[in-house]
Design a binder for this molecule. Structure first.
Ligand SMILES: *Cc1c(COP(=O)(O)O)cnc(C)c1O
Length: 383
């Protein structure tokens, strides 16, 4: 135990990925971007592979190389390169790189000429998110250019893919529309002569809620970590949240009625009570917006946050009880011992669970445990 830490059970990630694979019945790409959604990139990647993940997905070049540095030799897709990135190491490491434009394809062809390697390229089409990817207006040109470079032996188009805007809202007509546009894009790619190994569209919510969007592969991020991408809508699969965030109680003290708590006195005790000091704050990624809204678990009892979240600390109301200092304070976890979940914190912070788990960090340490093997998982102990 340390003063404030993120404890990640890699067995939960393994189990979740295994459950997801059985449920979707197509290969899965476990997304380990953003340091494995705050769970640790290397440990998450390892757990995902142990559960049979056929692919890993990341946003940046640096993340793809970190996957390789962690010893992973399987299929990896990176999808957000920028002009200043050196793509050569990615190609050398056999990472699939996403191209959005003809210019991206030419950069990869240049790497091919310099290295005598054949880059593995996946083409991304924008089916309506209007974020990355080629618009449908540009898509035929991108496909044609890719096919020419493929025929010239300068690259290999391994995938065609896109991304949903609203998959956690299954009734949103945007889902149907994007899937329809994706099918058109696949036809255009096929007409250009492309024969990709994988065609993929679904993230966690779509993988679980929209079977028609599964194609050859689904990209599952949040669900791998045990969090529900569409709370209340997802089928009961028994996913287990892998992350627990805890801290030592730093101080317990009595205050009288009328005591006002933390910056700007946004809460005032209406009776004598005891206050507990928790040594993490917004510098650790505890959202400032959860002041007076979130709860924590102290000695088996839910305790409300009182007052504003500070940079290094916040205050909870212990209701007159006197737990000893050093007592475990659980901010969130799987919820099985009565503690709040990342979903509860998301509700308190008016955000989504993704932001809760990816933001937490700062001065906290991270520890990996393996509840199936009752050992501390190796590597990456410190953040
Ligand atoms: C982050 C991301 C995913 C994973 O989304 P989840 O909702 O966490 O499953 C999939 N695809 C792309 C392109 C992403 O950026």
């Amino acid at each position: 135990m340390t003063r404030a830490e993120i404890v990640v059970d890699v067995a939960a990630i393994r189990r979740n990925v295994a459950v997801l694979r059985r449920f979707v019945k197509v290969p899965v790409m476990v997304v380990v971007k953003a340091d494995g959604y705050g769970h640790g990139l290397a440990a998450s990647a390892r757990a995902a592979r142990e559960a049979g993940a056929e692919w890993l997905g990341v946003a940046s070049c640096q993340e793809a190389l970190a996957v390789r540095e962690a010893g992973d030799t399987g299929r990896v897709l990176a999808w957000l390169t920028v002009p200043s990135d050196d793509l050569t190491p990615l190609v050398r490491q056999g990472v699939d790189v996403t191209a959005y434009t003809v210019a991206d394809l030419h950069r990869l062809a240049e790497v091919a000429r310099e290295t005598d390697l054949r880059p593995r390229v996946q083409l991304k089409v924008d089916t309506g998110l209007s974020r990355g990817g080629a618009t449908m207006a540009d898509w035929p040109d991108v496909c044609r250019a890719a096919r020419e470079l493929e025929l010239a032996g300068l690259l290999k188009v391994t995938g065609v893919w896109s991304h949903f805007s609203s998959s956690e809202v299954p009734d949103d007509p945007a889902n149907e529309e994007q899937e329809k546009v994706f099918r058109e894009a696949l036809d255009i790619a096929a007409e250009a002569g492309l024969r990709p190994e994988v065609r993929h569209l679904a993230n966690s919510a779509a993988a679980l809620l929209r079977p028609s969007s599964r194609f050859d592969l689904v990209r599952v991020g949040i669900a791998s970590y045990g969090l529900d991408p569409a709370p209340g809508l997802t089928p009961e699969l028994g996913l287990v949240p892998a992350m627990t965030v805890r801290a030592d109680l730093a101080l317990v003290k009595e205050v009288g009625a009328g005591a006002s708590v933390s910056y700007n006195h946004t809460w005032t005790a209406d009776r004598p009570t005891t206050l507990g000091l928790v040594p993490v704050g917004y510098a650790e990624g505890v959202l400032r917006s959860v002041g007076n809204r979130a709860e924590v678990l102290v000695d088996g009892v839910r305790r409300p946050v009182r007052g504003t979240i500070c940079m290094d600390q916040f205050v909870v109301d212990l209701g007159g009880d006197h737990p000893v200092t050093g007592t475990d304070v659980v901010l969130w976890g799987p919820g099985t011992a009565g503690e709040p979940t990342a979903h509860d914190w998301a509700a308190a912070g008016e955000t989504i669970c993704y932001e809760i788990v990816t933001r937490i960090g700062g001065r906290m340490t991270r520890r990996h445990v393996d509840s199936d093997r009752s050992t501390t998982a190796g590597g990456e102990g410190q953040k």
